[in-house]
Design a protein around this ligand. Sequence first.
Ligand SMILES: [Fe+2]
Length: 260
Amino acid sequence: MNPPGVAGAETRKHGGEPLTVAQPFLIQQQWDAYTGEQHAVWAELVRRRMPQLREHAAEEYLNGFEQIGLREDTIPNLADVNRRLGPRTGWNATPVSGFLPPDAFFEMLGARQFPTTTYIRSREAMEYTPEPDIFHDVFGHVPMHAHPVFADFLQHYGRVSAALMHDKDKLEKMGRLFWFTVEFGVILQKGKVKLYGSGLISSHGEGTHVIEGKPEIRDFNLDQVLEQRFLVSEEQKVLYAVESFDQIYEAAQEAEKRLG
Ligand SMILES: [Fe+2]
C-alpha cells in the first residue's frame, strides 16, 4: 500500500492535461451502492474465469491482477485500484457513464485514463452483455495496464488514433489494431498460446474457443492486422500472436508512421 497522495502525484506527472471532450462522460463510482447480489455476480464471474486463466492467461495479466489488488469476492473500488495502479504506470481506471464516442475514448487513452463503466451485468447475462460493464472493463482490461510496455503502447495508440479522427479509413485500420491486441490479443509464452486480450480474458466462451484451438493463430503482422476484417458478433476465426509486448508497442509506432 502506498501513502495517500502518491497515486495522485504520479497520475498528474504522467497524465498531464485535463480532459475536455471526455469531460461530460465522467461520473463517480458509487461503490457503497452496490448490492450483495451485485457483488455475488462479480464473485461468480471471477471464480468461473480464474481456473482457466491461471493456466492460460499471459503471466503479465496474472501479475497485474495481483498488483492492482483485484479480489474474487467484491466488485473493485476504483479508487483502491488507482492507488495501486497509478504509481506503477500512471494509468487510472476512470469511471464513465457508458459507451464513449471515439474522440472522447482516444482522448482518455492519450491521458492514461481508461474509461471504465461501473454497472455490472445481471445474473441473466452472465456470459454475454452487449453493453460494456465493470467486469469486462476492470477484470478484462485493467490488469494489463500495470505492465509498463503495454501501458506505453495503449497511451500511444490513443494519441495516434486521436490524430486520425478526420480519416474514417485510417481510423478503421487503427480499430483493427485495437481489436487484435487489446481486445483479442494472444502471446506465445514457453511455446504456448496465452491470452491477454480483454475479450478473451473476460468471456468464458471466447477464452475456451481459443484454448480448444479453434481460431487460426498467425504470427503478428501489422500489414495483415490493419487489413483483417472481423465480426464483433461471432467467435473469432483468426488471431495474431505476439512473442513479446514490445511488438505491439512497435506496431503502434509503425502504424503512426504509415497512417499519420
Ligand atoms: Fe474492451
